[in-house]
Ligand binder design. Sequence first.
Ligand code: ACO
Length: 444
Amino acid sequence: MLCQRAGLHQNGESMADSKKDICRIELGESSYELPVVVGSEGERGIDISSLRSTTGHIALDRGYMNTGSCVSSISYIDGEQGILRYRGIAIEDLAEKSTFVETAYLVIYGELPTASQLKEFSAMFTKYEMLHEGLKHHFEGFPPNAHPMAILSSMINAMGCYEADIADSDQHFDEVLVRIMSKVRTIAAFSYKKSIGEPFIYPYPEFSYCANLLHMMFSVPYKEFFPSKEAISALNKFFILHADHEQNCSTSTVRMVASSKANLFASIAAGVCSLWGPLHGGANMAVIEMLDQLYKDKTKTKDFVAQIKDSTNKTKLMGFGHRVYKNHDPRAKIIKKSCDELLSKLKINDPTLEIAKELEEIALQDEYFISRKLYPNVDFYSGIILRALGIPANMFTVMFAIGRIPGWIAQWREENADPKGKICRPRQIYNGQTSRPYKKLADR
Ligand code: ACO
């Protein structure tokens, strides 16, 4: 396969038609040309959409290790340099200076809001923060130990049933997205209250997004909980860092569901399920369980690292490694600093923080991790922050989901607005039985 480089920097969409960037492939005696697409940051891709019709071959790429599924302008990652930007703005700047609601606006609409836009956007969150009373009955159907991710996913779809008149309408997109973002926070708090057998606490219109979530989780009817400004700031930062992350497993799920023209509720509910697994968003819960176990068993960190390196063992260092980041995950750096600051301000001594730091130090000097380019990812320290905020481990992935919702909304909209968009329908290489006759039961 030969790829010619024109050296011109052009917009991804127009490049597909350009003759200056082409990839030539040879199959047997025949040669074919495929267009090369170039993104605004110089990222290059070979457009193989005509491969099967022209060559009779499909591209096989397990786990989509090397497949671009769309052209997107929402977030940009440079995995080699450890860069993440939302709509061109560095994650470091947003984490330092923005709030989650402002970042959500940026991710969804593409620009930072003006003062009046932000005021209006925030007011809509207050307007739509209550759940329909009918929805409360759905919580009764879950057993007390139901996983909050199962509840979240089911309740988002149930919520869609109560919003059926606007759920499928493009005209109501602005309202639908705020309804989802705002109510998801109420659902998360209610599912926590349900799991500990306490009565639901309603949102407080005066509170900010993050303060309200903590209030609904930790207030009780006889005692109001007022979160500290440190707690609110740490939670804002946590959500900002999770707001979008290009075509990861859950976001691709959202886009795939959206490509069938399913509505925003259904697509986001599917994203929640995809996020749940321990190789993805569920890793934040798996990390804290791993650290707690090491603390409980008094396992030496170097012995644990040796166990991970043992190829006969399936143990992984949870919170390490990433499909895209091969230098460092910029979110992990910010979260580690935020974790240190929060614990010191709240005067919390969590021994698992020391264990995590020791593991990181050993791993970063170890050939096994260096050669495989394995670094701490966003989940390595985030659980320690969430625990310091009083959030139990089984709610960690729910917190991740709340943070990721603006990204899913933006990606759903982009998928729907793409004039070249197609229903997502991958191919396969079949390796099962070839044609054979059906045998009657008596003959088997
Ligand atoms: N601990 C030990 N070894 C690891 C780890 C880890 N955390 N991650 C990868 N490796 C090893 C693999 O065993 C493999 O080794 P090999 O070449 O000897 O077979 C090599 O590194 C490459 O790993 P892959 O699994 O092929 O990499 P992939 O890109 O498919 O997976 C993933 C990325 C899923 C994140 C992986 O690194 C992992 O399982 N990490 C732990 C779970 C985790 O923290 N997930 C959260 C990711 S961030 C997010 O989703 C929000």
